[in-house]
Design a protein around this ligand. Structure first.
Ligand code: ATP
Ligand code: K
Ligand code: MG
Length: 662
């Protein structure tokens, strides 16, 4: 399959594929290099991406955006309280998973879809866009997620890919992807030995992330990662909208908070205004008939905007200081500050960043496409068929994870295995003395310092089966190979029991060579060694979707795709019929005129009129089959006349050719 990378943004998503020995950004159906990240629902079909954006204002109650913010989040997490205010659809608790569902009207009915399902719908659309543009076989995907995603959220992202028929070869942190892209595509400027220290900063629509990396030719290590989960372009929009909501209340006596659609229109206009203020120091703001037939108009200066977003600007330094501390570096030791993300176009933010580092910022990377490119590259490194320059990278583990078991004969009942600040992927082998089958759990152990308030501590639970102590022993040494894998998933790769055995071992002399006696015969000694006894069965109870639910989602997704396709095909057939009516009518008066009898002409004209009337009346909303039938009814007459016309054309051509040859 063709390596496929997707930067799932909160605002829009970017698609990249590795092909033609390079990495290409894939444009969507309207030739945009980024696709709005949202899913809308209608009486007959879904509207995903561009089409969803087009009907968002008229359909806010059935349009779900901010997908990545609710993916894998629990309804009861404290962060959901903060998140709620950005949504225009009602959100409910999924009783089976504890996750978040959106309630929408779809196909004339009230329906609920889980955040995982909604994200899968969107990824499936992205896959469709990429397929239509490249005609490539798309199976493997590298999808990026924020560094603050918990393992549950990463699992949900992987599940969404699977529901969309893709194989997530790696879930990777967004900024890490951009940094890998930097390491690979800027290789010419990188040192061979002493690594360059680079700060990568991404401020997007919903969050702000910083990673400090040590980069040299062919390899990279993330030394520190920090973030402000609730800091991005949408918070600027909100600040502007709130300002105008206050202003319009006193100026026009309207309260946009009472009218969701009006408020949404203010938000959309606020976003536009924000962008204009990145290039201008002042900009107008007006909306016609906002509510109660009131037209509003006002303006905003860049300085005023800076004032409204001051609470945000005042905390820009926090993640940077944290990431530097983790990396053990000072601001002065940073060689370059690479900035990405749409929100970094805001002049006051750029200024803030420049002031913090006391250095000018670099825009070496494509601000909007760097993450998608990095993802496609990483996907290519996992491909058995595509060859890429080798590039080694290690990521930074931001969350301390410890493993817990039932104490039995152990001194301890838990162990901190993957501390914050360690790198991943990473593998650790632990040994436990067990009496029989047991359970082991991975948990976040520094929730207060390292994770959003209310995050559930449990990561994954395993049952280890087949543990039998040796004769006469009460317990047996059990080895577990624990892994924080490349996607940030916590797994147990293998589990086995070991026992002490007396084994013969070659004696080695001082030079480390095999010991030999005077006759040149190898010499052995007897030693006690731990050797593997039995492999154990590992049953994983992870936060990934249970297989049965996933299968159910896959079936539902496939039938929704069919439904959408039927609606699109029906629309195509209807358009084809309409076009044919006009084409045939025109030709009947011109090129076909000499090839139809008066009677035929009359009959066909009458049928054209009848079909046209039908099309604008009862046939306005008909079925694909009916449109095809109507088309064929016309074509059965039209094609006879066309046939005569074409053979006449052919005869004329022949005549000319014969003349020329003669
Ligand atoms: P996230 O990274 O949070 O998931 P995202 O990747 O979709 O979101 P980006 O594409 O990096 O976000 O940036 C989109 C944000 O940048 C939007 O809030 C948009 O309004 C803002 N933005 C884009 N251009 C400008 C501009 N010229 N001035 C100010 N803001 C801008
Ligand atoms: K984006
Ligand atoms: Mg982004």
């Amino acid at each position: 399959s063709t390596p496929f990378g997707v930067d799932l943004g909160n605002y829009n998503s970017v698609i990249a594929c590795a092909r033609n020995r390079g990495i290409d950004i894939i444009v969507n159906e309207v030739s945009n290099r980024a696709t709005p990240s949202l899913v809308g629902f209608g009486p007959k079909s879904r509207f995903i991406g561009e089409s969803g954006k087009n009907q968002q204002t008229s359909n806010i109650k059935n349009t779900v955006d901010n997908l990545k913010r609710i993916l894998g989040l629990n309804y009861d997490d404290a962060d959901f309280e903060i998140e709620k205010k950005y949504f225009t659809v009602p959100l409910t608790k999924d009783e089976t998973t504890g996750g978040i569902n959106a309630k929408v009207r779809y196909l004339g009915e009230q329906k609920e879809f889980s955040a995982t399902q909604l994200t899968a719908m969107y990824i499936n659309k992205i896959k469709d866009i990429a397929f239509k543009e490249t005609k490539a076989n798309l199976v493997d995907i590298c999808l990026s997620v924020p560094a603050w995603y918990t393992e549950k959220q990463r699992r949900a992202a992987a599940d969404a890919c699977k529901i969309a028929g893709l194989n997530p070869v790696r879930i990777v942190n967004e900024v890490t992807s951009a940094a890998v892209g930097y390491g690979v595509f800027k290789a010419g400027d990188l040192p061979e030995d002493e690594p360059k220290k680079v700060a990568f900063i991404d401020i997007g629509n919903s969050s702000y992330q910083v990673s400090i990396a040590a980069v040299k030719k062919g390899e990279l290590k993330i030394l520190g990662t920090a973030y402000d989960k609730h800091f991005g372009g949408r918070d600027f929009d909100l600040a502007i909208a709130e300002h105008f909501a206050r202003e319009f209340k006193s100026k026009y006596k309207i309260d946009v908070h009472e009218n969701p659609k009006a408020y949404y229109r203010v938000l959309v206009a606020a976003e536009r205004l924000k962008k204009v203020l990145s290039a201008n120091t002042q900009a107008p703001f007006s909306i016609e008939s906002l509510m109660n037939d009131v037209d509003v108009s006002s303006s905003l200066t860049r300085e005023e905007l800076e004032d409204y977003v001051k609470p945000l600007l005042d905390r820009v330094h926090v993640p940077i200081e944290k990431a530097l501390k983790d990396a053990g570096l000072t601001v002065e030791e940073i060689d370059s500050i690479e900035v990405i993300g749409g929100c970094t176009r805001v002049p006051s933010l750029k200024q803030k960043l420049t002031d913090i580092f006391g250095k000018s910022l670099s825009f070496t990377l494509n601000q909007d496409e760097a993450i998608a490119r990095g993802n496609a590259f990483i996907c290519a490194t996992h491909s058995p068929t595509v060859r890429v320059r080798p590039f080694k990278f290690e990521d930074y583990n931001p969350h301390t994870v410890s493993y817990f078991w039932d104490q039995e004969d152990e001194d301890e009942d838990h162990l901190e295995v993957f501390p914050r600040g360690g790198s991943f992927p990473s593998t650790k082998i632990i040994t436990l003395f067990r009496k029989g089958d047991f359970e082991i759990e991975a948990k976040y152990t520094k929730l207060d310092e390292e994770l959003p308030q209310g995050t559930e501590p449990l990561v994954t639970k395993w049952q280890i089966k087949g543990v039998i102590p040796s004769e006469g022993e009460s317990s047996i040494a059990t080895k577990l190979k624990l892994r924080n894998d490349p996607s940030g998933f916590y797994t147990i790769e293998s589990a086995y029991t070991v026992e002490e055995k007396i084994v013969k071992e070659l004696i080695e002399n001082e030079e480390g060579k095999e010991g030999e006696d005077e006759d040149g015969e190898p010499q052995y000694k007897e030693v006690k060694k731990l050797v593997k006894k039995n492999d154990l069965e590992i049953i994983t109870l992870s936060s990934a979707l249970p297989e049965s639910i996933r299968q159910d989602y896959i079936e539902k997704e496939n039938s929704m795709v069919m439904e959408d396709k039927l609606v699109a095909d029906t629309e195509d057939r209807k358009n084809a019929l309409e076009e044919y009516i006009y084409e045939l009518r025109g030709k009947l008066e011109e090129q076909y005129s000499a090839f139809a009898s008066e009677q035929e002409k009359e009959k066909l004209s009458a049928l054209l009129l009848k079909t046209e009337d039908w099309l604008y009346d009862e046939g306005y909303d008909s079925t694909k089959a009916k449109y095809i039938a109507k088309y064929e009814e016309l074509a059965s007459i039209g094609n006879i006349i066309r046939g005569r016309y074409l053979s006449d054309q052919e005869e004329k051509k022949q005549a000319i050719r014969q003349k020329q040859e003669a």
